[in-house]
Write a protein that binds this ligand. Structure first.
Ligand SMILES: O[C@H]1[C@H](O)[C@@H](O)[C@H](O)[C@@H](O)[C@H]1O
Length: 539
């Protein structure tokens, strides 16, 4: 029978020995005995149900992308439709950031609610908020109703941004977890691309912005209806003692898994998957928060998770997402909205690249290649801005020549390279955050990380234009390049390779240190075992 990893960690053995031992035992069993073992579950192919669950959950990602993406064009098209006057700069900023603020608050509560009431119910609740917020905006005639609608929609965005990757990673077979979570990221970047494209299309339509916003009613309605018929995750069900339901979901999400194997898996999960102790939801949440800060492995997970989300936002990508049209306009492009679609398209295409490499190459390696790529692109961009000769004054750009110069082209190319290297690395790895936390603190832990993401997004979107004015474009992009350098150091020392590990194993890895070396060794052995198992299957 399977020897459980958690048992082998009862003593204070050196982690690298332990992890190797766990791998050896499981793999030896799997490869040489060739019958039911955990490695079979690790490598199980996604069933049709897993794919359906992933795609339906990823609708949350699409809404995240669409709702953050449509606002830049909507603001241009709104004209005097609200309060019969042109929107002031402050009002525009307020309308834009209301969603980020709502998302920040929504993310904080989503984690706690997900642990208490289940992932499925919280997703259904987020749909109601999406519909409510979108309906308010579509029919509104005043600035304040628009802001209110964006704020309510923001709650839905924040909740969805946390629950979708959590739900996917808890239902996915281990070997495919990374890729399946990237499908949610693809939906985010795809949603942004679609919003940019439709936005460009409705620019000249009367009330076109209402159509743009109104379309966002469709995805949450579809997700609500479909989720009604889908199950909650096995890990959540086990934490609530619903073992039979959990077995049924596991059997339907892992191809060719025998009843004995499912039984063993449920037993293994039951050891680590527990609900937080406490007599009521508030005490339970408080206990989870305490555990997160006082148990060293949980705290390490928190440092990594929040660190990753912070790096994703503070290295400045969203400044391009929100303001690329403004930048391209200032360097001389006439159809700047169309040109900025290139940024959204690059982001989408390189997220597809991530989909293919994340489980094969590993999260750590793609970060260690992607971040230096971003840094070099930003340095080139900063140099190009210096020679281009541009000054941002009071939100407008003063250029000392007419038209696009060679340096203008260098700026665009470097921005595209920055986007590409961002998109296949830090653009999506932080969303693998659920794999860092053990079940009883997963909801609260991922809430911290997601809130860090939205806080970063809020800071960048509300300070970028001011930075251009105060410290120049060269200064701004050099600052982001400097942050890339610091991020590289952080990842080098603190981010272990988590690809191929069972969710329950990550905790053991983070016991006693960040264990970078052990994690790399474990990942290597896992790959080797997978190859062996495959060749055994073929023979
Ligand atoms: O992973 C996503 C993606 O990279 C989006 O393009 C970006 O706008 C979000 O802020 C980020 O969380």
């Amino acid at each position: 029978m399977i020897r459980l990893a958690s048992k082998s960690l009862a003593s204070n053995e050196d982690l690298s020995t332990v992890t190797s031992q766990v791998v050896n035992e499981k793999e030896t069993h799997a490869v040489h005995e060739g019958n039911s073992s955990i490695i079979q579950l690790v490598q199980a192919k996604p069933t049709v149900l897993v794919l359906v669950l992933t795609f339906v959950a990823s609708i949350s990602g699409f809404m995240f992308g669409y709702d953050t993406g449509y606002i830049s064009s909507a603001l241009v098209v709104i004209g005097t439709d609200l309060d019969n006057k042109v929107l002031s700069y402050g009002e525009k900023q307020f309308i834009t950031s209301a969603t980020s603020l709502g998302a920040l608050i929504g993310a904080i509560f989503a984690g706690i609610l997900a642990d208490l009431y289940g992932r499925k119910k919280v997703i259904l609740g987020s749909n109601v908020l999406f519909l409510w917020g979108a309906a308010m905006q579509t029919g509104c005639h005043t600035v304040w109703v628009m802001i209110g609608g964006r704020f309510i929609m923001g709650f839905g965005v924040g909740i969805g941004s946390l629950i979708a990757p959590l739900y996917i990673s808890e239902t996915a077979p281990t070997h495919f977890r990374g890729r399946l979570v990237v499908i949610n990221c693809l939906s985010i970047t795809g949603g942004q691309l679609v919003a940019y494209a439709i936005g460009a299309g409705v620019t000249h339509l009367h009330n076109g912005w209402r159509l743009l916003v109104g379309l966002s009613l469709i995805p949450p309605a579809v997700q609500f209806v479909m989720f009604f018929f889908l199950p909650d995750t096995p890990r959540y069900l086990i934490s609530k003692g619903k073992l039979e339901e959990a077995k049924s979901v596991l059997a339907r999400t892992h191809s060719d898994a025998s009843p004995e194997l499912i039984e063993a898996k449920v037993q293994e999960m039951s050891l680590t998957v527990t609900s937080m102790a406490g007599s009521n939801p508030f005490v339970q949440s408080w206990n989870a928060i305490k555990q997160l800060h006082t148990v060293p492995s949980n705290f390490r997970a928190l440092v990594i998770g929040c660190g990753m989300q912070g790096i994703q936002q503070f290295t400045g990508f969203n400044s391009l997402m929100y303001f690329s049209a403004t930048i391209f306009e200032s360097i001389g492009f006439k159809d700047s909205v169309a040109v900025s679609i290139i940024v959204a398209a690059t982001n989408f295409v390189f997220t597809i690249v991530a989909f293919f490499i994340i489980d094969k190459v590993g999260r750590r390696r793609i970060l260690l290649v992607g971040i230096p790529g971003m840094m070099i692109s930003l340095i080139v961009c900063a140099i190009a801005f210096h020679f281009f000769g541009i000054k941002f004054v009071d939100g407008a750009a003063v250029v000392n020549h007419v038209g696009i110069s060679g340096w203008g082209i260098v700026i665009i190319v470097s921005m595209i390279c920055f986007t590409a290297t961002y998109a296949f690395s830090i653009g999506n790895v932080p969303w693998q955050q659920s794999e860092l936390f053990q079940q009883d603190v997963r909801g609260v832990g991922t809430a911290y990380c997601t809130a860090t993401n939205w806080a970063g997004s809020l800071v960048i979107s509300s300070t970028f234009l001011t930075m251009l004015q105060k410290i120049s474009a060269t200064g701004t992009f050099s600052f982001f390049a400097g942050l890339c350098f610091v991020s590289f150091i952080f990842i080098w020392f603190c981010y272990p390779e988590l690809g191929g590990l069972e969710l329950e194993e990550t905790q053991q890895l983070l016991t006693g240190g960040f264990n970078i070396k052990a994690s790399k060794e474990l990942a290597r052995r896992r790959k080797q075992a997978a190859k062996l198992a495959k060749s055994g299957e073929l023979a």
